[in-house]
Design a protein around this ligand. Structure first.
Ligand code: AHR
Length: 498
C-alpha cells in the first residue's frame, strides 16, 4: 500500500485536555430559545430546559460550553439579564438584529451547566463596555459575600460562588462586523487592563485573549503579535476561530480543510512563541480554538447586516450537514488531537440549531446531524495521551491549500487502561490500504466504525439526517508487528483497541 503509519505508545505529543471537546451556546437564532431552553416543551425540566437536548448534549460528550457569544457578547449588558425575570427588559441585539428577551441570563445558564455537568466558559463584552463591567461580572460569578456584585448574586438567590475558570476577553475584536471592533493596539491595551482587573477579583481564573477572527484576515499574525505584546503576562490562552465550507464545488480543497487548520495552529503557535522569545519568557501561551466547524458562511449566509430585525427566536444560520461535512469534522477533530501539546480548549460552534450537531423543532423533536457522530465518537474514545504518529501518505493538489496528504491520522492511548484509539481520514475518492506498523510494541485494534461522505440526502430532511449513522469499517488484518487497514473512499474511521 502507499500509506503507512508508524505508531508507538511511548512517542507522545501531550496529554489531551478534555476541554477540547467543548461547544458553544450563543444568544443567536434558536440556540438558546427553543434550543436548550423551551418551557412548555414535552421534555422541559422544572427550569424550562429541554431534557431531550440535554440528553443529546451528554451523548455528544461535550465538556465545556462557551457563552453568551460570539458577536452577541460585544453589545451585551449582563446586568440586564440577572435578578427577577419579570423585571428584565428585552434588548435589541445589534449583532444579529434580534430582540433578546433576557429570560435566560448568567444565573440560568451557569445553573444549567452545573445540573448537566458542563464547564462554562464565559465571555465578557469588550466591544461596547470595558474593565468595569468585566471585573463586575467576575465578582458576580465568583466573588464571596460582602461586596456589591457578589451580594447581588446572593440577593438573586445564589449563595455559593459559581467558580467559573475560563474567561474570554471579548470576541473577534479584529472583525469589522464586530460591535465596537478595535485595532490591535487599542484592543491589546484594553484586554490587558480588563484581564488584570479580572484576575485581581479572582486570581484562579484563566484568560483568553482574542486572536484573529480567521487565518484569512489581512491583519492575521500582526494582530496576534501586537495583542500578545500587551497581554502576554496576564493571559493564558489566545483564541482561534475557523469555519470551513465547500466553495464553488471545490471538493478537494474542502476535503483538505484540516490541513489548513493544522497550518493555522502552527502559525498561531509561532506568533505566540515569537512574542515569548522577545520577552525572554519561559511562559507558553496555549490555544483556545473556541470556534470551529463546517459553516456555509460565504455560500449560504452572507452578512448579518442584511438581516431584518426579528423577535421570538428566529431561524438564523441553521445549516444542514451532509456526509461529506461529517468526514471533514472528523478530520478537524483529529487535528485538535495532533496539537494536544498546545491546544487547551476547543469549541465546536455551536451546540444547538445554529451550525450545530443537534437540531430541534419548537414543540417537537431533537435530533442528531451527521456531524454529531465523529464528534461524539472522538470525545468518547480519545483519552489520555495523544500519540506522535508518523504518517507517510501521497499528497494531492488543491486550489486553496496546495498539496495536502491523502490520508491523515491521530491516535491516543490511555495510560490508566491501556486503551488505544486511532482516527483515520481518507480524503480521496478511492479505497486506501494503510499499513500500520507498531515496531517493538504490542497493538491490537478492534473493527472500526466510519462516517462516509456519500449521503447528501442527510442535508435535506430530519428523517434523512436521522437515518444517517456510522457504519462498520472495512475489515482489518493483524500481522506480525503490523495491522492492515482498508479505508472506504472519502471516509473518517475510528478504531479502538489496546
Ligand atoms: O458562531 C457564529 C459567529 O461566528 C459568532 O457569533 C462569531 O464569533 C463568529 O463570527
Amino acid at each position: 500500500s502507499d500509506v503507512s503509519i508508524i505508531l508507538h505508545p511511548d512517542y507522545r505529543i501531550g496529554t489531551v485536555d478534555r476541554r477540547i471537546f467543548g461547544s458553544f451556546v450563543e444568544h443567536l437564532g434558536r440556540c438558546v430559545y427553543t434550543g436548550i431552553y423551551e418551557p412548555g416543551h414535552a421534555t422541559a425540566d422544572a427550569h424550562g430546559f429541554r431534557r431531550d437536548v440535554a440528553d443529546l448534549t451528554r451523548e455528544l460528550g461535550v465538556t465545556v460550553v462557551r457563552y453568551p457569544g460570539g458577536n452577541f457578547v460585544s453589545n451585551y449588558v449582563w446586568e440586564d439579564a440577572v435578578g427577577p425575570v419579570e423585571h428584565r427588559k428585552p434588548f435589541l441585539d445589534l449583532a444579529w438584529r434580534t430582540v433578546e428577551p433576557n429570560t435566560i441570563g448568567t444565573d440560568e445558564f451557569l445553573q444549567y451547566c452545573e445540573r448537566e455537568g458542563l464547564e462554562p466558559m464565559m465571555a465578557v463584552n469588550l466591544g461596547t463596555r470595558g474593565v468595569d463591567a468585566a471585573a463586575a461580572l467576575v465578582e458576580y460569578c465568583n466573588g464571596q459575600a460582602g461586596t456589591r456584585w457578589a451580594d447581588l448574586r446572593i440577593a438573586n438567590g445564589r449563595e455559593e460562588p459559581y467558580g467559573v475558570t475560563l474567561w474570554c476577553l471579548g470576541n473577534e475584536m479584529d472583525g469589522p462586523w464586530q460591535i465596537g471592533h478595535k485595532d490591535a493596539h487599542t484592543y491589546g491595551r484594553l484586554a490587558a487592563d480588563a484581564g488584570k482587573a479580572m484576575k485581581l477579583v479572582d486570581p484562579t481564573i484563566e484568560l483568553v485573549a482574542c486572536g484573529s477572527s480567521s487565518m484569512y484576515m489581512d491583519t492575521f499574525g500582526e494582530w496576534e503579535r501586537t495583542v500578545l505584546s500587551y497581554t502576554y503576562d496576564i493571559v493564558d490562552h489566545i483564541s482561534m476561530h475557523a469555519y470551513y465550507e465547500e466553495l464553488n464545488g471545490d471538493r478537494a480543497s474542502f476535503l483538505g480543510s484540516a490541513t489548513a487548520m493544522d497550518r493555522f495552529v502552527e502559525r498561531v503557535v509561532a506568533s505566540a512563541d515569537a512574542v515569548g522569545a522577545q520577552k525572554r519568557s519561559d511562559k507558553r501561551i496555549t490555544l483556545s480554538f473556541d470556534e470551529w466547524n463546517v459553516w456555509y458562511l460565504e455560500s449560504r449566509f452572507g452578512d448579518a447586516t442584511d438581516l431584518p430585525i426579528q423577535r421570538d427566536a428566529p431561524r438564523i444560520i441553521e445549516d444542514r450537514y451532509s456526509g461529506l461535512d461529517a468526514v471533514v469534522v472528523g478530520d478537524l477533530m483529529a487535528t485538535l488531537l495532533n496539537h494536544a501539546d498546545r491546544i487547551a480548549v476547543g469549541c465546536l460552534a455551536q451546540l444547538v440549531n445554529v451550525i450545530a450537531p443537534i437540531m430541534t423543532e419548537p414543540g417537537g423533536d431533537a435530533w442528531r446531524q451527521t456531524t454529531f457522530h465523529p464528534f461524539a465518537t472522538t470525545a468518547h474514545l480519545a483519552r489520555g495521551e495523544a500519540l506522535q504518529l508518523k504518517v507517510d501518505a501521497p499528497t494531492f493538489a488543491t486550489e486553496r491549500h496546495g498539496g495536502v496528504p491523502a490520508v491523515t491520522a491521530a491516535a491516543t492511548v490511555d495510560p490508566d487502561t491501556g486503551a488505544l484509539a486511532l482516527f483515520v481520514t481518507n480524503r480521496t475518492d478511492a479505497e486506501q490500504t494503510v499499513t500500520l506498523r507498531h515496531p517493538g510494541a504490542r497493538a491490537h485494534l478492534e473493527g472500526g466504525r466510519a462516517v462516509l461522505a456519500d449521503h447528501d440526502g442527510a442535508r435535506e430532511t430530519q428523517k434523512a439526517a436521522e437515518a444517517y449513522g456510522m457504519v462498520d469499517a472495512l475489515p482489518i488484518t493483524h500481522g506480525d508487528g503490523t495491522i492492515t487497514l482498508t479505508l472506504a473512499p472519502e471516509s473518517w474511521t475510528a478504531f479502538h483497541g489496546s
